[in-house]
Design a protein around this ligand. Structure first.
Ligand SMILES: Nc1nc2c(ncn2[C@@H]2O[C@H](COP(=O)(O)OP(=O)(O)OP(=O)(O)O)[C@@H](O)[C@H]2O)c(=O)[nH]1
Ligand SMILES: [Mg+2]
Length: 352
């Protein structure tokens, strides 16, 4: 799963990126210029409360959580349409967006603190980018038609439908398209089709304020955290981190909440594998089959798929081990069409 952090300049994207990925990229009180800016990549582990228990039971040499890939680039600037268009190209290929909105007050960082207004400007920039792409494509198809070629009718129709929708100021993810229309547009990689969360980056003091609550209530798929506090938390060793969280009355860092929210937004579930002494968690879309799960692990596994041995993590924990589960007849044999359930521990049998 790849998530792009997108936002206006100085909204705290890089601060959040550092908190999520454990990196130490420089942040600044002024907007990062486009010239010389580099796209940053990093990974975060997907929190899973079953993984420690499974590790204790199976005693693997290595435990690998599922990973989320984050990308961070520079922010957008109001009124810089051409540059913003260029900046937003980095989003292509992302599975989800986190729209980071400044809601923190910090005298050293210039610019107004108007979260809802800023969110609106941000969403408008994304919409304008898609409109520009769409219009260019429409022009090309119309030129082709003039030259006597026959452009795909499905694509033309889909383009016009999307154009009307965008012109109303609405993102394409709110539009219902037929599978054919979707297919016809796929090559354009329009960005407002991508599922998105909104993240209000608030001051530490405002974490549980009425105002913050009102923002989160007002905007669907939104949450609030303090990127600065999260970055500080991520610097601490686990015991200190726990103490700090307890002091704040929290169970986990809010950055984990963010990853969970993205998981939910994309309809992802987790399955586990235990092979060659490695216990590993994987993300997959709910509804995926055992064959698709095998394909995630290795293409050979999907190609030579014979069957999957399946037990849910909770059952396995109750049984007290794989051997015990097998002797109690709890390991099910499933075929390639089996729909993987959240928490399944899969052993894929395959031939190469
Ligand atoms: N007080 C406070 N300051 C923050 C918070 N998040 C970010 N900042 C500050 O805001 C400034 C901008 O943060 P960055 O993380 O660089 O913002 P950005 O969105 O990456 O900015 P660009 O990449 O230039 O678009 C820095 O000085 C941060 O220290 C926060 O939660 N609280
Ligand atoms: Mg930045």
């Amino acid at each position: 799963m790849k998530i792009a952090l997108v936002g206006m300049a100085n909204s705290g994207k890089t601060t959040l990126f550092n908190a999520l990925t454990g990196q130490h990229l420089p942040t600044s009180t002024y907007p990062t210029p486009l010239q010389g800016a580099r796209l940053q990549h990093g990974q975060a582990s997907v929190p899973d409360e079953r993984l420690p228990g499974l590790a204790q039971l199976l005693r693997p040499k290595k435990t690998t959580p599922a990973k989320v890939h984050f990308v961070d680039f520079i922010g957008l600037r109001p009124g810089q349409a051409q540059e913003n268009l260029q900046v937003l190209q980095f989003i292509k290929g992302a599975d989800a967006l986190v729209q980071v909105v400044r809601a923190f007050r910090e005298p050293s960082v210039p610019g107004a603190v108007e979260p809802l207004q800023e969110l609106q400007s941000l969403q408008l920039e994304l919409i304008l980018t898609d409109l520009e792409l769409l219009e260019k494509r429409l022009e090309r198809l119309q030129e082709a038609r003039k030259k006597g070629k026959r452009p795909s009718e499905a694509e033309l129709q889909a383009l016009l439908k999307c154009k009307g929708h965008l012109e109303e100021g609405r993102p394409l993810r709110e539009l219902r398209l037929s599978p054919e229309e979707e297919q016809a547009l796929r090559h354009l990689e329009l960005i407002t089709f991508i599922p998105a969360l909104v993240l209000f980056n608030v001051s530490e003091e405002a974490l549980s304020s009425k105002e913050t609550e009102a923002f989160v209530q007002a905007v669907p798929h939104s949450l609030a955290l303090s990127a600065k506090l999260e970055a500080e938390l991520s610097e601490l060793e686990p015991p200190e981190q726990e103490a700090f969280l307890r002091e704040l009355g929290l169970k986990e860092p809010a950055s984990q909440r963010l990853i969970r929210a993205a998981y939910g937004l994309l309809g992802l579930i987790t399955f586990f594998t235990y092979a060659s002494q490695e216990l590993r968690a994987w993300s997959i879309r709910a509804g995926a089959t055992a064959l698709q799960a095998a394909g995630k692990i290795h293409t050979d596994m999907a190609r030579g798929f014979i069957r999957a041995e399946v037990i849910n993590a909770e059952e396995l924990l109750r049984a007290g081990g794989l051997k015990e589960a097998r002797s109690q007849g709890l390991l099910r044999l499933e075929g390639k069409d089996y729909v993987v359930q959240d928490g399944d521990v899969l052993t894929i049998r395959f031939k190469v």
